[in-house]
Design a protein around this ligand. Structure first.
Ligand code: PLP
Length: 438
């Protein structure tokens, strides 16, 4: 819009609350959003005459908009619209184009979210829930879901629990337990290195001091948890991202450590549902429920967008915070109770296993590890993984560098997630990845 053609009297609608100069400032802000950078606004005397108000009203409004960065007012020249640096009209920074093939770990198969059965579960809740459930919700979660999940964890994960707290996922649960730990004087948290960076950061954001502890083929090296640390966050069923399983020897060491230091084990029961070539291992919590907080969520089984998870806590612990929306909680309870969740997991397991086989075959002679379970594997490289990651990204393939998950760089490897990779994309993605690594 050119300045000389701008009909300011028509453009400016002086209405709404507040004194005249505030009404004018508001109207000018709205008008400026449709103008080009550098367009001059009328001299204050002229605009005051057009609007039938005092010149003071106009100068006040202009001064306000200069202060906010909408107008550029230099002595001796016209006051002009300024788009550069304007916090309101500035465009957000451009997002990088989504990759053609996304092999970053973290997502389940979003194409197979059970839309129909989830919709049935939500409809079932709304049709049958007593009106009292629309009242103030229970902070620890709806009793029905708590009971359902406790039963599920006993049956499927060998957990020793008859109550759980409902939370927004593992990250939310760990954050809340960290706050409870600090309220009890525990301010250090040992974490696996490598480990899931997001969880480590979430714990650090609560004020916990973080102690990285090395991981090997047997899982976390318990003997290297620093003295004075009384809480440890582990992924015993499927270590993220190495894929190792905590060995029986290390399980015993871990529990002995917790008893000795009067500590708490935070067990992230990660990817426990997806195990292909070996028998599932039960939870550490099932062996000593008084020493373990057990975390799980539907983020890798259904979708992280649902924001539904659980924590089974030793009896003396209570958690700050609130449970997610009640209708969603009850939908999950209905989904589990009807057998829908089990059916979904059985089908997903078969699908992921077939996709894993396809990926392993396509990767051919590459040195792999962590293939027996979960939704990702490691591809070991004999060249710089950061460079390969960058080159793969330029070819439209997103992969993660193992170094992104550890404190200090180590042997080069890529973390390849296949949870959300379309089956018919495996071949093309691996071809491009090979070119990037070649
Ligand atoms: C190691 C690990 N734990 C837990 C989760 C699930 O976290 P949340 O429930 O907060 O989505 C993930 C998701 O990728 C993960 O990688």
């Amino acid at each position: 819009m050119a300045g000389s053609q701008t009909n300011w009297g028509v453009l400016l609608d002086l209405s709404g609350p507040g004194p005249k100069h505030e009404q004018l400032a508001r109207a000018l802000r709205r008008a400026i959003r449709g103008l080009d950078d550098g367009v001059s606004v009328p001299p204050s005397r002229q605009l005051a005459a057009d609007l039938g108000c005092s010149r003071w009203v106009v100068t006040q409004a202009y001064a306000q908009l200069v202060a906010e960065g909408y107008l550029d007012g230099r002595a001796g020249s016209a006051t002009r619209v300024r788009r550069v640096g304007d916090a309101v009209t500035a465009k957000p920074p451009a997002r990088p184009a989504p990759p053609r093939y996304d092999l970053a770990p973290g997502l389940p198969d979003l194409r197979h979210f059970p839309r129909q059965r989830w919709a049935d579960a939500v409809r079932g809740v709304l049709a049958t829930v007593p009106h009292t459930d629309f009242g103030l919700p229970d902070r620890d979660g709806h009793p029905r879901l708590r009971k359902t999940l406790a039963g599920y964890l006993r049956r499927v994960r060998g957990a020793e629990t008859d109550d759980v707290v409902i939370c927004g996922g593992v990250t939310d649960g760990v954050t809340r337990v960290c706050r409870a730990l600090q309220a009890n004087g525990v301010t250090r948290l040992a974490v696996e290195d490598p480990g899931w960076t997001r969880l480590r950061r979430a714990a650090a954001a609560t004020g916990m001091a973080i102690d990285p502890v090395p991981v090997d083929d047997e899982g976390v090296d318990v003997g290297r948890i620093p003295r004075g640390t009384r809480a440890v966050l582990v992924t015993p069923a499927h270590q993220f991202p190495t894929g190792s399983v905590l060995s029986p020897r290390r399980r015993a060491d871990l529990l002995a450590w917790a008893r000795e230091v009067d500590g708490l084990i935070l067990e992230d029961d990660y990817d426990a549902e997806f195990r292909y070539d070996r028998r599932p291992v039960g939870t550490v919590q099932g062996t000593d429920p008084g020493r373990v907080a057990l975390f799980g969520s539907v983020s890798k089984t259904l979708s992280p967008a649902l924001g539904l998870g659980w924590v089974s806590l030793p009896p003396q612990w209570t958690l700050p915070g609130h449970a997610p929306p009640v209708v969603d909680q009850l939908a999950l309870a209905g989904f589990v109770d009807s057998g829908g969740y089990d059916r979904h997991l059985r089908a997903a397991r078969l699908r992921y296993r077939a996709r894993r086989d396809r990926l392993v075959e396509a990767l051919g002679p590459g040195r792999l590890s962590g293939v027996a379970a979960g939704l990702h594997l490691l591809l070991h490289l004999d060249r710089d993984a950061a460079e390969v990651t960058k080159r793969a990204r330029a070819k439209g393939v997103k992969v993660a560098d193992l170094d992104d998950y550890r404190e200090a760089p180590g042997e080069p490897a890529l973390v390849l997630g296949y949870g959300n990779l379309a089956d018919n994309a495996v071949g093309a993605a691996v071809r491009l990845l090979r070119e990037a690594a070649g």
